[in-house]
Design a protein around this ligand. Structure first.
Ligand code: NAP
Length: 274
């Protein structure tokens, strides 16, 4: 039981396809006591069976990260119900539709500000507001994507947000290290989730990744969940400020591996799996 005795909160479960659900499941299976959050009442009911499964029905709290008072209220609920906590999972991102397709140059300031506020600033705000109840051996984890490092078609505004998020992880890691708080990110390969459905041509991204990643298939929320659990646990007690790739190795590729048919014609290897 790697997470026995650990208590923490997981933000960003929309349904059972969410990456945050994969992380919560792995933590709970390894003995952690988890709390989860929902965006608004519409989602509270939808999350009830998931809370039940994760043994946290009495720790299902509202938290829209764009509302500072809800982050403060979350801290107070956690303090009352759990006392100290050992981990936070920030698995949240949002960009208005206009930022996820079309021409990058046309992105409005309003869309830019919303994406940065919800996808990046919320990590800083959560860390600051929940710090008073974090133990001196705790861990914060957020979720990134390779589109924050290199250009990915249609990822547009979210690419800029993820680049900012990855640097935020490093600056937070330095600042909070002296308090015994580690901060890391997982850069996950593409997975079909609600948030991903908003990205233009996402199914092509899935095919491309499976074709070109060394492991020749896409990753699952269980795989991200287990790596996330490791980064939240004491097994990774010497790791902070890290962007850990869980992407089937896609990020190491400088050029797609090409196979040649009997006529010497090149084609891209793909086993058809998504
Ligand atoms: P998801 O299931 O749709 O999760 C996104 C979560 O963000 C949802 O629970 C959503 O809540 C929540 N959220 C949005 N705005 C919020 C707000 N103002 N306050 C609180 N919560 C808010 O999608 P996911 O793919 O698992 O995404 C989780 C994280 O992984 C994101 O940071 C995403 O960028 C990252 N990621 C995803 C992929 C991928 O391919 N799927 C790859 C790499 C990284 P509601 O659903 O209730 O609106």
């Amino acid at each position: 039981m790697i997470m026995k005795g650990k208590k923490g909160v997981i933000l960003g479960i929309a349904n059972k396809k969410s990456i945050a659900y994969g992380i919560a499941k792995s933590c709970e299976e390894q003995g952690a006591t988890v709390a989860i959050t929902f965006l608004n009442e519409r989602f509270q009911e939808k999350l009830a069976p998931i809370a039940d499964e994760l043994n946290c029905s009495e720790r299902l709290y509202p938290c829209d990260v764009s509302k500072p008072e809800e982050i403060v209220a979350l801290r107070e609920s956690l303090k009352k119900d759990l006392g100290e906590i050992d981990f936070i999972v920030h698995s949240i991102a949002f960009a208005p539709k206009e930022g996820l397709s079309g021409r990058f140059v046309d992105i409005s300031k309003e869309a830019f500000d919303i994406a940065m506020d919800i996808s990046v600033y919320s990590l800083i705000e959560l860390a600051r507001e929940l710090k008073p109840i974090m133990s001196d051996s705790s861990s914060i984890l957020t979720l990134s994507y390779y589109g924050g490092v290199k250009y990915i078609p249609n990822y547009n505004l979210m690419g800029v947000a993820k680049a900012t998020l990855e640097m935020t992880v490093k600056y937070l890691a330095e600042d909070l290290g002296k308090d015994g708080i580690r901060v890391n990110a997982i850069s996950a390969g593409p997975i079909k989730t609600l948030a991903a459905a908003g990205i233009g041509d996402f199914s092509f991204m899935l095919k491309w990744n499976a074709a070109h990643a060394p492991l020749k298939k896409n990753i699952t929320i269980e795989q991200v969940g287990n790596s996330g659990m490791y980064l939240l646990s004491d097994l990774s007690s010497g790791v902070t400020g890290e962007i850990h790739y869980v992407d089937g190795g896609y990020n190491i590729m400088g050029m797609p591996a090409v196979e040649f048919d009997e006529n010497g014609k090149p084609h891209i290897a793909w086993n058809g799996e998504n």
